[in-house]
Write a protein of this length. Structure first.
Length: 277
C-alpha cells in the first residue's frame, strides 16, 4: 500500500478530509523548501504537492507561472527538487509528497541521466531516482491517460502513484480512461481556467463529484479557486481532499526569508481548523 493510500485510509477512518497544500519547489528562496514542507505538516497538511518549475507551464495562472520563473532563475530543476524531497525525508517518513509538473522536465531528466537498469517496461531514471528520494506520487499535467500505461506501471512497481487531473469539461469516457490508470487520488480542477482563477462554484463541484465517483474508486481532491478557510470548508463537505496552491504562493512571494514558513503555517492552521470543524 502506498503512503498516499495509507494516509487517505487513516483520514477516512477518522471522518476527516485531506489538506493538500501546493508550493513551487525553490520558491521564494532556493533553500527554503524542506523547512516549508515541515511547516506545512506541522500546520496540519496531510499530503504535500511540490511544483516542478518549468518554462512553459500551460495549466498555471500568472501567480504560479511567476513563482516557477523565479525558481528557474535560481537554478531549481528536477535534480534540486529531488534533493528537497531527500532533505525532507531525513525527518519525515510518513507524509506523502507528490511532484506536480509537466512532461518535459521528466523526459529531459531521463535523457540526461540515462535509463535505469531495471526489468520494468520504461526503466525511467526519473522513476528510479524519485522513488529513492522518497516521492510518493507524480502528477504530469500534459500526460494523457491513454499514453501512460507503461509509465503508470513503472511508478507502481516503485511504490508510487500516478495522479491525474479531471476538469468540468471531462467526458465520461475520459473519466473511465483516468480510472483505469490512476492511483492515489484524482485531482478535480474545479474551474475551466488556469490555477489561481477566481470564483469557485461550490454547487457545481457538488454536482460533478457523484459523476466522477461513478468511474473513479479512489479519493477525489478538489483544487483551483480555493483561497481561504471558508472555501476549503465548503469543498471539504463534498470532496475527499482540498488542494490549495496559488493562495499560498501569493502569501509568501514578497516575504523575507524568516517570515515565509510562519506565514504559511498560520494560514494552513486556519484552513485545517475549518476542515475539521
Amino acid at each position: 500500500m502506498s503512503r498516499i493510500q495509507t494516509t487517505f485510509n487513516q483520514l477516512q477512518s477518522q471522518g476527516r478530509k485531506a489538506l493538500i497544500p501546493y508550493v513551487t519547489a525553490g520558491f521564494p528562496f532556493a533553500d527554503i523548501t524542506p523547512s516549508l514542507m515541515h511547516g506545512m505538516v506541522e500546520a496540519g497538511a496531510d499530503v504535500i504537492e511540490l511544483g516542478v518549475p518549468f518554462s512553459d507551464p500551460m495549466a498555471d495562472g500568472p501567480v504560479i507561472q511567476k513563482a516557477g520563473e523565479k525558481a528557474l532563475s535560481m537554478g531549481i530543476g528536477m535534480v534540486q527538487v529531488l534533493d528537497h524531497v531527500r532533505e525532507f525525508r531525513k525527518r519525515n517518513t510518513t507524509t506523502p509528497v507528490v511532484l506536480m509538473g509537466y512532461a518535459n522536465p521528466v523526459e529531459r531528466y531521463d535523457q540526461k541521466h540515462g535509463k535505469a537498469e531495471t526489468g520494468t517496461a520504461t526503466g525511467s531514471a526519473f522513476v528510479r531516482d524519485a522513488a529513492e528520494a522518497g516521492v510518493d506520487g507524480v502528477l504530469i499535467v500534459d500526460y494523457p491517460p491513454e499514453e501512460c500505461e507503461a509509465f503508470a506501471a513503472d511508478l507502481r512497481a516503485h511504490g508510487m502513484d500516478l495522479i491525474f487531473l479531471l476538469a468540468p469539461t471531462s467526458t465520461d469516457e475520459r473519466m473511465a480512461q483516468v480510472a483505469r490508470v490512476a492511483s492515489g487520488y484524482v485531482y478535480y480542477v474545479s474551474l475551466k481556467g488556469v490555477t489561481g482563477s477566481g470564483a469557485l462554484d461550490t454547487a457545481a463541484v457538488e454536482k460533478m463529484l457523484p459523476r466522477i465517483r461513478q468511474h473513479v474508486q479512489i479519493p477525489v481532491g478538489v483544487g483551483f479557486g480555493i483561497r481561504d478557510a471558508a472555501t476549503a470548508q465548503a469543498i471539504g463537505k463534498v470532496a475527499d481532499a482540498v488542494v490549495i496552491g496559488s493562495r499560498i504562493i501569493q502569501l509568501i512571494e514578497d516575504q523575507e526569508h524568516a517570515k515565509v514558513v510562519p506565514i504559511t503555517v498560520d494560514f494552513l492552521r486556519g484552513v485545517r481548523k475549518a476542515l475539521d470543524a
